[in-house]
Design a protein around this ligand. Sequence first.
Ligand code: C2E
Ligand code: CA
Ligand code: CA
Ligand code: CA
Length: 278
Amino acid sequence: VNIAAAAVGFVMIGLIFHLTTQPPSPASEIERGIRNGEFVPFYQPVIDIQNGRLAGCEVLIRWRKPDGTIVSPGAFIGLAEATGLAIPMTRALMEKTRDELAAAYEKRPQLKVSINLFDDHFDNLGIVKDVQTIFDGAGVRYDQLVFEITERQPLPNIDKAKVIIRRLRDLGARVALDDAGTGHGGLAYLQQLGMDVIKIDKLFIDQIDAETTSAPIVDALIDIGRRMGMLVIAEGVETFDQVHYLRQRGVEQAQGYVFAPALSTKSYLDLLERMDPI
Ligand code: C2E
Ligand code: CA
Ligand code: CA
Ligand code: CA
C-alpha cells in the first residue's frame, strides 16, 4: 500500500511538473487561435492596369494575437499544414472574408476576391463542400471568387486536383495558378488543370527596371496566358516602370507595393468607397 501510494505520488508530482514546465506547443496555440478567431484576412488590392480601376483583392492571412501583434503567414502556415490545421484555418478565413466583404461586394458584382488554397485542399472534395457551405446564397457570390493554387509545391494528386478545380469552376468561381514559373507544375499544370488566371511571380517582375526593353520570361508567361485564354495578373509590382512595361504588353491586372500592401479590413473598405463609389 505504501509503495502504491508513493508511486501515485510520484506520478502526480511528475504530472504537475510536466504541466507547469512545458511551454505551450505552437500547434495547440494555432488551434486556440482558430477557436478565438485570431486568424484574420488582410486584403491586397488588385488593380486593372488598363483602366486604372480596382479589380478586387487577394486575401492574405494574418494572425492577430491577443496582445495585438500581427504575425505574417511565413511564421505559422508551415506548422498549420504539418498539423492538419490548414483546412479549418482556411474555413475560418473564408467565413470572415464573406462576412466582412458581403455588403460592399453585393453592391459591386464586378469585384473579385482571391483566396489562397493549400496543396492539402486538393486531396479530397472537402474544400468544395466548405466553399458551398460558406458562400451559398451569401453576399459574396461564387462568380466573385477566385481560388489560387501555388505551383511552389507539388500537388499530391493531379487527377483529384482536376476534379476539384472542375467543381469549383462549375460553381462559377475562377481558379488561378499562383507563383507561375517558379515551381514544380509549370507548363504541365497549365496544360492539365484547366485554369482561368495566371499570376506571374514577383521573381520575374523584379527583372524589369527602367532600362528593360525585354524581360523574356515575363513576356513568355504573358504569351502563354494569352494563348490559353487566361487572365494575366502580375504580382509583386513595386515600380511605375514595371507597371508601364506590363501595361504596354497588355497585362490586364497587377498587385504590389506600388499600389498597396495587404490592407486591414477597414482600410480596404475605405479604399473601395474611394475608388469605386456607389
Ligand atoms: P503569395 O500568395 O504569393 O502572396 C504574395 C505575398 O507577397 C504576400 O506576402 C504579400 O504581402 C507580398 N507582396 C505583395 N506585394 C508585394 C510587393 O510588391 N513586394 C513584396 N516584396 N512583397 C509583396 P504574405 O502575406 O506574407 O504571404 C506570403 C505567402 O503566404 C503567400 O504568398 C501565400 O503563399 C501564403 N499565404 C498567405 N495567406 C494565405 C492563406 O490565406 N492561405 C494560404 N494557403 N496561403 C497563404
Ligand atoms: Ca497568392
Ligand atoms: Ca501539405
Ligand atoms: Ca504569388
